[in-house]
Structures are given as structure tokens and as C-alpha cells.
Ligand binder design. Structure first.
Ligand code: TRP
Length: 340
């Protein structure tokens, strides 16, 4: 599907469980900054979804709402054109979830590959919380409340879009209507950024992330310690580019593609040391991060103002969600306020 062929509505977002890192910047934030100029974009800070596996740790979610908001704003998401909102401040989403729960079976949720993976990872000591098992249904509410037809996601979120599509079809069929809109995933074309340890994706839980909020010194240190090619011991040794995270980062951050190709050839051939390679990475990475860090610092100086932006966005989001909810209730014959 060409995304330029229509007037799309976009919904994306994150769980506020930690500050955002380079993986988010490359994989989603840059896309949002671009898309916000072309389409109507909503950006959800999914605090209720975050609570589904953090019920005992609400202060973590609470504090990370602002951290994520600072990261969004610092990365260039503009609240004048993107509606940034907090999930729990839009209670219409919870009501929609309640109705959608009747359209999904427990076994279907248990078969959701992402939910399955996460259950394995989380090892819930006291059994799987019902809210956790059902979060894909709540995510379907997030998407459909805004009639979003495009959801920019990583591949791990594809099962969520599929689940949403099934709910939309089931709802529209059951009620013989076209109130809900089927979403399509918009998969990022850039490969997922590996962690600094080169072991799979960058993530907070693997402790291999460079954060947008990291100081210059921390970034220096993390780059210096980055995994490269373990068999590339001396500069004159031939090195491997594939699977070398420094090159993955250069692919994402170095604007000089011809220069980068030359460096790759040089590295493969031998004669290019890791120190020089990492120097180049710092040269391209630090200026971009400086800009983001400086903007972040200005926003973080005034958390009340940023909370105001989120409250304002949530108000705007509520207006849209309430309209959809009204249509949903009508389709379900729950429109008791009318006289006939
Ligand atoms: N599940 C997403 C994550 O893990 C967050 C999220 C919640 C989301 N609701 C959404 C993403 C709706 C896209 C659309 O980060």
C-alpha cells in the first residue's frame, strides 16, 4: 500500500517503562517526526498497558510518563501537530476494551505469539494477570478509538494488529455496520538496531542501550566498550562488517554513505582499527544526540508545562474517542439516551 495514496490516520505509542534509546530513535521516533507533517497522528503513552505487568510498581510507570514525553518532544514530535496523550486519561478506551473482550476467546489470546513470548520472559510468579492476557484487546481499543488505519510498528507488534483486525471484522459483522476501521501495519524499513553488546536488539532489560538522555561522557564510554568483531584483534587484521554493531549504528547515523562504504571495504580488507571506527561513530552520533539532549534539558526544566501538554493532548484524544464510542454504543444498541 502506498501511504501517499490517502489521508491516513496514524496511531503509535509506547509503554512508559523506561527512557527511550537509540533503537527507538531509529526504529520509530524518526518515522513519527516525518509522518506528523503528512498525516493526522496520535501518539499514546500506554500507562494502563504498562501496568499489566507492573501492577506492583506504579511509581515506575508514573515517573516514566514524563521521561517518555521528554524523549518524544526532544526527538522532534511536535505536540501542535501530533496529539500526544496518556492512555488512562482517555477512559473511553477502557469502555471500548470491555465491549471488545466479548469478541475474543481466551485461547485466541493465549495463542498470540507476542503474548506467548512475553509470558515466557516475564515468568509471572503468581500466574498470568487477566489484564496482561487481555492487553491486545485494550490495544485494539487504542487503535480503533481513533479510527487509525496505519499503525507504525516493529515486527513484534504485528500480532497486535492482526488481533485488532479480527476484532474490527467481528464487530462490524455482528452489528452489520462499518463503524470500526481495519488498521494496517506500517513496518519500519530500517533494520532493528542491535545493542552495544551486539547480542540482539537494543533494550533496557539487556542493559545494552544508549539512551537519548545519556550524557556525552556516558555515550563516549558506551561506544568505547562496544562489541565489534572479536577476531579483529589488531588494526591490520581483516574484520567483519556483518553483525558488527558499530557498522549497524553507522548505517543508521552516518550521512556520508559513500564514505561509509569505503570504510566497510577498508575494514574487511584490514588496516582500519576499531578505535578509528568508533571515532567516526562518535563524530556522527554526538552532534545529533547533543541537539536532542539540549532540547530534552529545556523540556525537563519545566515538567509542569510538559504535563500540561499531555493533559491537553489527552483532552483532544478524548473528544475523538468519545465520538467513536458513541457510534459503537449505537451499533450495539446501547444508545439508551435517545427516545426511540
Ligand atoms: N504495545 C506497544 C509497546 O509495547 C505500546 C502500545 C500500546 C501501542 N497501544 C498501542 C503501540 C497502540 C501501537 C498502537 O510499546
Amino acid at each position: 500500500m502506498s501511504i501517499h495514496s490517502a489521508n491516513h490516520i496514524i496511531l503509535t505509542g509506547d509503554r512508559p517503562t523506561g527512557p527511550l534509546h537509540l533503537g527507538h530513535l531509529v526504529g520509530s521516533l524518526r518515522g513519527r517526526v516525518r509522518l506528523q507533517h503528512e498525516f493526522r497522528q496520535f501518539c499514546i503513552i500506554a500507562d494502563m498497558q504498562a501496568l499489566t505487568d507492573n501492577a506492583g510498581n506504579p511509581e515506575k510507570i508514573r515517573s516514566n510518563i514524563l521521561e517518555v514525553a521528554f524523549d518524544y518532544l526532544a526527538a522532534g514530535i511536535d505536540p501542535k501537530i501530533t496529539t500526544i496523550f496518556i492512555q488512562s486519561l482517555v477512559p473511553e478506551l477502557s469502555e471500548l476494551t470491555m465491549y471488545y473482550l466479548n469478541l475474543v476467546t481466551v485461547s485466541r489470546l493465549q495463542r498470540n505469539p507476542t503474548v506467548k513470548d512475553e509470558i515466557r520472559l516475564r515468568r509471572f510468579a503468581r500466574g498470568i494477570p487477566v489484564g496482561f492476557l487481555c492487553y491486545p484487546v485494550s490495544q485494539a481499543a487504542d487503535i480503533t478509538a481513533f479510527k487509525a488505519d496505519l499503525v507504525p510498528v516493529g515486527s513484534d507488534q504485528l500480532p497486535m494488529i492482526e488481533q485488532t483486525t479480527e476484532i474490527v471484522r467481528s464487530f462490524n459483522r455482528s452489528h452489520n455496520c462499518s463503524v470500526l476501521v481495519e488498521p494496517k501495519p506500517l513496518l519500519s524499513s530500517v533494520p532493528r538496531l542491535p545493542g552495544t553488546d551486539g547480542k540482539g536488539k537494543m533494550s533496557k532489560s539487556l542493559d545494552n542501550a544508549i539512551y537519548l538522555s545519556d550524557t556525552v561522557d556516558v555515550v563516549h564510554d558506551k561506544v568505547k566498550k562496544m562489541y565489534t568483531d572479536p577476531s579483529h584483534l589488531r588494526p591490520e587484521d581483516p574484520g567483519t562488517v556483518e553483525g558488527n554493531p558499530v557498522f549497524a549504528y553507522l548505517d543508521a547515523f552516518d550521512p556520508d554513505k559513500a564514505g561509509l562504504d569505503a570504510m566497510k571495504a577498508h575494514y574487511r580488507h584490514g588496516g582500519l582499527g576499531d578505535t578509528a571506527l568508533k571515532r567516526r561513530l562518535l563524530d556522527v552520533l554526538l552532534p545529533e544526540l547533543d541537539t536532542i539532549r539540549e532540547r530534552r534539558r529545556l523540556f525537563a526544566r519545566d515538567p509542569a508545562q510538559v504535563m500540561g501538554i499531555l493533559r491537553e493532548g489527552s483532552r483532544a484524544a478524548r473528544t475523538v474517542a468519545a465520538q467513536t464510542l458513541e457510534e459503537v454504543r449505537k451499533a450495539m444498541q446501547l444508545d439508551y439516551s435517545s427516545t426511540n
